[in-house]
Design a binder for this molecule. Structure first.
Ligand code: GCW
Length: 681
């Protein structure tokens, strides 16, 4: 039912395996919840209602430990000294970490969920409940876990009129008109869902939004939201339009070196922190795609970011300054611009600035090589920006399990400090001992009943949170968890459906942009194929700029014979991408322009190989449909049908992609389709 969809991965299905239920019940006799804060209350209530749903037993809070097999939840300070001693060393976790440990006190067994803070305890409770939701044993537990990044944050591209830029799940959750006095239950459910996967921040507004959000009328509403989110460990952040001092401040300039401007931002920060003492800070898109920024005043990114950083520093705020910049004036290779503009500033930003870099150098494509900035600015904190909303990947119509993409990026080896210098190590700060770390995900959440439009898009929100917590997690583990928590623990369901999820990302690459092709979606909305589009005013907006198909071949030469974008990588990586022999075929046309007769590793010509990849993508979607069609008895009617209809559309559109791209490229290759590729009808 729609209600199931709404509950996300917090279904807390009844445990129907009798042995398991017996194990659970014999290990949980009472709950002893020691904390007094609102957060502690939330943790207790979550545990209580989840156990009620899963085991059919409602536990009260026994504040006193009698008997054995109690679950004791509370922060370090709330624990009796003898329990603290049994838990051991709290120094292995940070402030948001938790310990779940089965201990024995005076010959009585107890299960303790603890942490340094109540938020840590809350995360521990969700983690414990996930064990049960995935039908794991809860005997003899000894789990220590803590987030590896500081800022685990959603970026909402939500406008104040409730439209969502690149949002495919309805309108914005934030009902500005009814705020601050009306608190929609949805805000609470949103906070709870985020807390359950460790997300601890949210930017409420679009990076392209106007400055109105910074006026008192709106700040009052932001304050109301932050009050809802706080006990769930979630800080609120806002986007700061660089020209705000002019637009809402009445100043003549927004020059970051102008004393009045500096003062205006200082006062604005003071005003915000008076309302929201734990306000997170600002996210800024400056001098990108027409947004104002320091360059309008002949200043640079450092001037702009540091000026804002000074304004929020006294209150502990941070500035997330985006590196997504490119300009029509230097359109020789858009992929090179962010690196060129930012790397020279390494070490120049204030301590509370973190530069937010998209995973790849173009723009959230189905596949991109990792952004060359990762690892190239050792003296500057860099945070990852992933896109959870599927702007270029079929909106909320196509089933694509994104953690597979995220993992591929995080595992990429930058070689910036030798072999094994993965992007994950840059992001979690371990490589350069960076103090400020973070991962942002552009949200796919809207006011659709099921939050994300496609039932399986919920997995991308979930998986983003899990990877932000631990960038080393395996995407298959995430798929497994999510399926069990969201649908069923039945192996006959889990095995095939997990396989369906795991192949879904490669499927979309194959039927949209195989072998390193990119940005050939129809322009503007970015839905469906548009490789032929060539009439837009800015060259780097046109798909023809990216695939460069002609009678000689196809692909963007970014090697040293071309734009030399490969030189932005560490020498080992540069060499690998530069050389046709060693360039991974999945990135081939990203880095090279090759002839239609170029021989692929499997012996096929490029043209035949390309056509076969498009066909493979279509076949993979058909295989996904086959899998899903057999799941009816494990899934509620409504979600079963929704996914079935969506996969049907996806299959139709995969064929649309294949036919459109092959017919278009065929004008240049002048070659027949190989055997095994269906002829367009
Ligand atoms: O992906 C592109 C989108 C724009 C977006 C921009 C950005 C918010 O097409 O809609 O603007 O990137 O990331 O700033």
């Amino acid at each position: 039912s729609a209600q199931k969809d709404y509950k996300l991965w917090l279904q807390y299905n009844k445990v129907d395996n009798d042995n398991l239920k017996t194990e659970y019940l014999s290990n949980i006799k009472e709950i002893v919840s020691l904390g007094k804060s609102e957060t502690s209350q939330i943790a207790f209530t979550e545990l209580q209602s989840a156990l009620d749903e899963m085991l059919g037993k409602k536990f009260e809070n026994k504040s006193i430990t009698t008997g054995d097999h109690n679950i004791i939840i509370g922060s370090k300070e709330s624990l009796a000294p003898e329990i603290q001693k049994e838990i051991g060393n709290f120094d292995q976790i940070n402030d948001e970490g938790f310990i779940i440990k089965s201990i024995s006190i005076k010959n009585k067994k107890q299960l303790v969920i603890t942490g340094k803070t109540d938020i840590g305890v809350l995360y521990g409770v969700y983690s414990f409940l996930r064990l049960m939701q995935t039908n794991k044993s809860i005997q003899n537990l000894n789990i220590t876990d803590a987030p590896k990044t500081n800022i685990r944050i959603l970026n909402h591209w939500d406008n104040l009129d409730r439209t969502v830029e690149r949002g495919y799940a309805g309108f914005s959750l934030w009902n500005w008109q009814k705020l601050p006095d009306f608190i929609d239950q949805r805000y609470i459910d949103y906070a709870r869902a985020n807390a359950s996967i460790g997300i601890n921040g949210t930017v409420l507004t679009n990076v392209n939004a106007n400055a109105l959000i910074l006026t008192p009328q709106y700040l009052e509403k932001v304050e109301a939201l932050s009050n809802v989110f706080r006990p769930y460990g979630i800080k609120v952040y806002l986007t700061a339009r660089f020209s705000a001092p002019i637009e809402i401040g009445g100043l003549k300039t927004a020059d970051p070196k102008d004393a009045q401007v500096i003062n205006w931002w200082k006062n604005k920060a003071k005003e915000i922190y008076k309302r929201i003492p734990d306000f997170g800070g600002f996210l800024v898109k400056a001098n990108s795609e027409g947004q104002p920024g320091p360059q309008n005043y002949n200043r640079d990114h450092v001037d702009g970011a540091n000026m804002l950083a000074d304004a929020v520093a006294p209150f502990g705020g941070v500035i997330m300054w985006r590196a997504f910049v490119y300009s029509e004036h230097d359109a020789n290779d858009r992929a090179k611009q962010a690196y060129a503009e930012f790397v020279p500033y390494d070490g120049k930003f204030k301590d509370n600035v973190i530069v937010q870099v998209k995973n790849g150098a173009i723009d959230f494509q189905p596949r991109e090589p990792f952004h060359p900035m990762f690892g190239a600015m050792p003296k500057t904190p860099l945070m990852m920006e992933f896109q959870i909303t599927q702007e270029y990947l079929g909106f909320s119509t196509h089933l694509v399990f994104l953690p597979k993409l995220f993992q591929e990026v995080l595992e990429s080896d930058t070689y910036q400090k030798g072999k094994g210098t993965t992007v994950a190590k840059v992001i979690d700060g371990s490589l350069n001992k960076t103090k400020l770390t973070g991962i942002a995900g552009v949200s796919n959440i809207g006011n659709d009943l099921n939050w994300t439009g496609h039932p399986f898009a919920q997995a991308n929100w979930y998986g983003f949170g899990r990877l932000a917590w631990n960038p080393y997690l395996d995407s298959e583990t995430i798929a497994d968890e999510w399926l069990r928590c969201t649908f069923s623990n039945d192996e006959n369901f889990i095995k095939p459906v997990k396989q369906m999820m795991m192949q879904s990302r490669e499927a979309v690459v194959n039927y949209m942009t195989p072998l390193g092709l990119h940005h050939i979606m129809d322009t503007g909305h970015h839905y469906g194929p548009g490789p032929w589009v060539s009439n837009l005013s800015r060259p780097e907006w046109n798909p023809v700029y990216y695939h460069k198909a002609d009678k000689n071949g196809i692909g963007f030469d970014r090697s040293k014979t071309g734009t030399n974008a490969t030189a932005q990588y560490a020498p080992e990586v540069e060499k690998m991408f530069d050389n046709l022999e060693t360039c991974p075929e999945k990135d081939l046309l990203w880095f090279h322009h090759v002839s239609w007769d170029y021989k692929l590793k499997n012996g096929q010509t490029l043209w035949n190989g390309l056509a076969l990849k498009y066909q493979e993508g279509v076949n993979q979607v058909a295989a996904m449909q086959n899998i899903w069609n057999k799941t009816q008895k494990y899934v509620d009617e409504e979600r079963f049908k929704e996914v079935q209809m969506l996969l049907e559309i996806q299959h139709k559109e995969a064929k649309w992609w294949r036919d459109a791209c092959l017919l278009y490229f065929q004008q240049y290759s002048k070659k027949e389709l190989p055997l095994g590729v269906e002829k367009p009808t």
